[in-house]
Design a protein. Structure first.
Length: 394
């Protein structure tokens, strides 16, 4: 009975955080959709758009790490982090609400954008810290998979929102996004209070000492995360559209692009069983090898059904990879470095997005077939490293 109640509590917390993830991710989608129009209002040339988005990701990276450190310090001092996160989320929502009204004043617009990005980092790494409170009863990878469903749904909806919001005044979508983020963030306090009194924050726990070998191992892992995330960014943001255009009419493109995220969702729901049964390293090895092979099939597909299937399977294995990495970061950070480690992981994902945006801004997307095979190459390299690592540890 207690086990069933505990599992229900854990799942409820993860589903609430999935809602927070959904509305946060949708707010970013709305921002990206309307940013060209807002820049035009301020007289800013559209060619600066990719660089501005890249700068946003750099701010995310810095803020994610800083937020993770701050959360760890708050937990060590026995302070609840939920109210702090809600306050930062409210500031983020207010900043987003003001963006359309400041578009005519470029400097204020950029400053408010920076404030929005920095404060919204409260909704990136810290929710995984809240989930880590339940790690003793449930697999972190499984709970993270539920939470990431919010990201999957938002990413799948992005092309449809682009069509639906075409020609709409930005003020209304920004208003709804700000309200949704502000209200959903209140779930952070509730999730924290779901923690049963029998499992308080450990006051006297000291972070485990990490030797030079451990630090090198963590640095290598972050490098692998960067390569994997960069490959995924290039595939979903650049290559997938070109691959579908090769075999389908442009009019149906918005209906085809989300299939990667459909597969991603299925991967999120199934990864927990494999992690429990075989361990994180085995799951990463499987996902990287199979993912690289699937991406290569997408690059050479000559029939639309085969391309759609390969995109779904690639998303499926990306779900495996991301959940396993988050679970590893959380577990490695216990008891009082969870925020630092998840913050560094989120920062690395932001750097990968920044790198892809820099690639776009530099005009390197004209590289053709080389760019199409880049995700295959980087995922393949990571797969080789992980397989060799697994063989040497046996």
């Amino acid at each position: 009975m207690n086990t069933t109640s505990s599992f229900s509590r854990d799942s409820r917390a993860a589903w609430l955080l999935a809602g927070v993830e959904l509305f946060f991710s949708l707010s970013w989608v709305v921002y990206v959709i309307f940013l060209p129009e807002l820049l035009q209002r301020g007289g800013v040339d559209k060619r600066y758009l990719p660089w501005l988005l890249a700068a946003d990701q750099l701010l995310f990276a810095l803020a994610d790490w800083s937020m993770g450190v701050a959360v760890d310090r708050a937990r060590a001092a026995l302070r609840r982090i939920g109210p702090m996160l809600v306050l930062l989320s409210a500031v983020s929502a207010l900043a987003m609400l003001l963006l359309p009204w400041l578009a005519g004043m470029p400097m204020l617009f950029l400053l408010m954008t920076g404030l929005w990005v920095v404060t919204s980092s409260a909704l990136r790494a810290p929710p995984y810290v809240l989930l880590s409170r339940y790690a003793g009863r449930s697999s972190v990878a499984g709970l993270a998979g539920i939470q990431l469903l919010g990201l999957a749904v938002a990413s799948a909806l992005a092309p449809y929102l682009g069509m639906l919001l075409k020609g709409v005044d930005p003020a209304l979508p920004f208003l709804f996004s700000a309200l949704a983020v502000g209200l959903s963030a209140s779930a952070l306090v509730y999730v924290e209070r779901l923690q049963p009194p029998s499992q308080p924050i450990v006051a006297d726990a000291q972070p485990a000492r990490v030797g030079a070998a451990g630090r090198r191992g963590w640095a290598w892992l972050l490098l692998l995360v960067l390569l994997l995330a960069f490959g995924q960014q290039v595939h979903t943001a650049i290559n997938a559209a070109a691959q579908f255009r090769r075999l389908a009419d442009p009019e149906v493109l918005p209906w085809l692009l989300p299939v990667f995220w459909v597969g991603f969702s299925f991967g999120l729901l199934l990864v927990d069983r494999l992690v429990r049964a075989r361990g994180t390293l085995w799951v990463l090895q499987l996902a990287c090898v199979a993912g690289a092979l699937t991406l290569s099939v997408a690059a050479i597909a000559v029939a639309l059904p085969l391309l759609v299937l390969s995109q779904i399977v690639a998303g499926f294995f990306w779900g495996f990879i991301l959940c396993a990495l988050i679970g590893f970061a959380v577990e490695r950070g216990q008891p009082l470095r969870t925020g630092r480690h998840t913050g560094m992981l989120m920062a690395t994902l932001a750097v990968a997005a920044m790198s892809r945006l820099g690639l776009t801004a530099s005009g390197a997307v004209a590289a053709g077939s080389l760019l199409e095979w880049l995700p295959v190459i980087v995922w393949g390299l990571v797969a080789v490293f992980l397989v060799r690592r697994g063989a040497s540890s046996e």
